[in-house]
Design a protein around this ligand. Structure first.
Ligand code: ADP
Ligand code: MG
Length: 681
């Protein structure tokens, strides 16, 4: 049997240098090598006649070498020229600095050339093509895989190495999926799939190969999550929080009445907390639905039962805001809450760490800083992560590992379609707050183009004259952060010095020091700033009830779910609020996306539409954190396969939750292989 775990260095043509380069691609074993999937393909199998060649196209020709290669030197450059012919015409080929080609070609012989055509007048030229003798298929004559990253490895070298790897495993890979699954879903076996994903003969091969591999990847992920959930359900080693501690103690002193949905969710949490099984619950609720207070009441229960609580927020601003809210209510119960973010002084930090360890702090609220090694709890019992989609499964389990089986609540304001929820949070129970606190007004939303700028600006001024405040949001495109930063600052200065010179305008972006950001945010909250220009750092959770208008620049660059989150920053007070989406571009998709935003305030509808209409991989905006990493599957393109897989997974888990029937043995191995011990019973 082939040893898939053997070191890649034993594969033919892999020497010490190449091992290093392969390692950089995370390829260490034979298995890593053959599952390093192409990102694209180039069809070098269908030759064109020379007279049919089109300027600018990568083309395969089959032609006879017409004469000797000529060589010229220009400075340090060597230019080699070759003339080739087929029945329909002549093509002039040029290579630069490829002196070794000198003796490669024999006049009168046929070769295949693949390269980019340029046509000058009637003259057909090709630059730096790859080639083969006519009976060979090293570089041409087939569909060629293009691999994602290769560092210093040339595509052709990596291709050769993978080819060698494939020879070793040919028809010997042990099947990873049960027979019945292959049959029922008309899927290829593993051997055929692996071979053809690299070297499809036809493009339809690629589709079949990919379908099989995507299916397997999604199935193992989905089953693993469901199995994990099943494990939790049978786990009796969770903390049993004190039944004598009543959430109503806090509920009764709140300045508002909880909504029915909040109460229902709290009941679910209360039941979980009192039971012996560890809670793993996703708390979903649209922006402004009041998740924080639910977390606070749960924290109260944990603390009064004798445990510590960790609240993890994605930004320092948000953490500070939570701190304020928590202290405002919980101080009167003698509960000690502290903030742990990276900007606090070293002295303060040392003090906090000490107090956490000896139990003098009951609730710690912070950012990723809480995950650091040196943060040690006396007896952590409840972990709450806010805006969960930014924390991956890994981080979730990291924080959970700071305690024995703590209860976990993951809060998210990103309403996601059920299909995605099942693959992103399939291991969690889900509670939904599907109701907003009363008296919230619908945020009036308008999508406008550049020519409306002046009217928009006047509208902002009018709102400010009435005593309100405004947000102006600029997109931050990750690949080009420097550039966007510059444009945010420029825009801010234009607004400051010209458009809104009579008002107090400030700007806020992710690159600023935490202290500066907090300071500006605080001044905005206190009403000292009229207009806050910001990148998406304000996206999550920030609460300024007096802000009644939000303008989004280049709204077309945001995902709908993200726009919805942003919009949730206004409409938090008693005032009628507005969201103005400035957009550019004419495409039908953009128009439809804007229309969805104007038509509805319902996050779930928006997320479904986002999935349907999404243009550019931006379901969660540019923040992809928290999405599981897939080798080949793409949750959006493969939604059809995903749905199929989910149905099958749910069926299997119902019939054989421990995956112990013989027909499901392979599945058990598959997920154990991928996810290790955590999944075991
Ligand atoms: P989110 O779910 O977006 O995190 P928050 O928890 O920040 O929402 O709540 C938004 C605002 O609504 C806060 O100011 C909060 O105090 C307030 N709030 C929460 N629940 C209620 C309620 N039942 N009635 C009135 N206001 C509420
Ligand atoms: Mg929140």
């Amino acid at each position: 049997m082939v040893d898939l775990n053997k070191d890649v260095k034993y594969v033919k043509t892999v020497g010490p240098n190449r091992v290093k380069l392969l390692n950089k691609l995370n390829i260490y074993t034979l298995k890593d090598l053959i599952t390093y999937y192409p990102r694209d393909y180039e069809d070098r199998s269908k030759p064109k006649n020379i007279y049919e060649c089109v300027d600018g196209e990568e083309t395969l020709i089959e032609a006879m070498v017409a004469g000797k290669m000529s060589e010229m030197h220009k400075g340090r450059m060597t230019i080699s020229k070759l003339t080739v012919k087929d029945q329909t015409g002549t093509c002039y080929i040029t290579w630069f600095n490829q002196g070794y080609l000198r003796d490669k070609f024999q006049a009168g012989k046929m070769y295949r050339f693949f390269g980019k055509i340029s046509i000058k007048g009637n003259r057909v030229e090709m630059n730096s093509p790859v080639f083969d003798e006519i009976e060979q298929t090293k570089n041409t004559g087939k569909i060629i895989p293009i691999y994602p990253l290769t560092f210093e490895l040339k595509q052709s070298t990596l291709r050769r190495i993978i080819e060698n790897g494939l020879v070793e495993v040919k028809n010997q890979l042990p099947e990873t999926l049960p027979d019945y699954i292959l049959k029922n879903n008309n899927l290829w076996g593993i051997n055929e799939a692996i071979e053809k994903i690299h070297f499809p003969v036809e493009f339809s091969d690629f589709n079949k190969a990919r379908e099989r591999l995507v299916f397997e990847e999604l199935l193992s992920m989905q089953l693993a999550l469901l199995k994990l959930k099943n494990n939790y359900e049978h786990d009796e080693n969770g903390i049993q929080f004190n039944k004598q501690v009543h959430m109503s103690d806090v509920i009764n002193i709140l300045p508002f009445r909880l909504t029915k949905a909040q109460l229902r969710v709290l009941e679910e949490i209360d039941r979980d907390m009192e039971s012996t099984r560890p809670m793993n619950r996703l708390l979903q609720g649209d922006v402004g639905s009041g998740k924080t207070v639910v977390a606070m009441i749960s924290a109260y229960k944990a603390v009064k039962s004798g445990y510590q609580v960790a609240i993890m927020a994605p930004t320092a601003i948000l953490a500070s805001q939570h701190l304020e809210g928590f202290q405002g209510i919980l101080n009167q119960f003698g509960i000690r809450t502290e903030l742990l973010i990276s900007s606090i002084t070293k002295k303060k930090k040392t003090e906090i760490l000490e107090k956490l360890q000896n139990g003098e702090i009951d609730i710690i609220i912070g950012t990723h800083a809480i995950l650091e090694e040196n943060v040690i709890f006396k007896n952590l019992g409840l972990v709450v992560t806010d805006e969960q989609h930014r924390f991956g499964v890994k981080q979730r389990s990291k924080i959970a590992s700071k305690a024995q089986n703590p209860d976990i609540i993951a809060m998210s304001a990103t309403p996601i379609p059920r299909t995605l929820a099942l693959i992103l949070y399939g291991d969690l129970d889900i509670s939904i707050i599907d109701e907003l606190p009363p008296n919230r007004k619908k945020i009036e939303t308008f999508a406008v183009r550049k020519n409306m700028e002046e009217r928009v600006n006047n509208f902002i001024k009018k709102q400010i004259e009435e005593g309100r405040q405004a947000y102006i949001v600029c997109p931050l495109v990750e690949e080009n952060e420097e550039m966007t930063l510059k444009s945010v600052i420029e825009l801010a200065e234009k607004y400051q010095k010209e458009t809104f010179s009579q008002y107090k305008v400030e700007y806020l972006h992710g690159k600023m020091k935490a202290k500066e950001k907090d300071d500006i945010m605080k001044r905005f909250k206190d009403g000292e700033i009229d207009i806050l220009i910001a990148t998406t750092v304000i996206e999550v959770g920030v609460n300024v009830p007096n802000a009644s208008i939000m303008v989004v620049e280049n709204a077309e660059r945001f995902g709908l779910a993200q726009l919805h989150q942003l919009r949730g920053r206004v409409g938090r007070g008693e005032y009628q609020s507005y969201c103005i989406l400035k957009y550019e571009g004419n495409s039908e998709t953009i128009r439809q996306r804007m229309k969805v935003m104007c038509d509805t305030n319902d996050g779930f509808i928006i997320s479904e539409k986002d999935l349907e209409l999404r243009g550019s991989g931006d379901f969660f905006g540019t923040e992809q954190h928290g999405l599981p990493e897939f080798k080949i599957a793409n949750l959006f393109e493969d939604i059809g396969i995903l749905k199929k897989v989910q149905k099958i997974s749910l069926d299997i888990m119902e019939k054989d939750p421990k995956l112990e029937q013989s027909e499901n043995k392979k599945l058990n191995m598959l997920i154990r292989d991928k996810f290790g011990k955590r999944i075991e019973i």
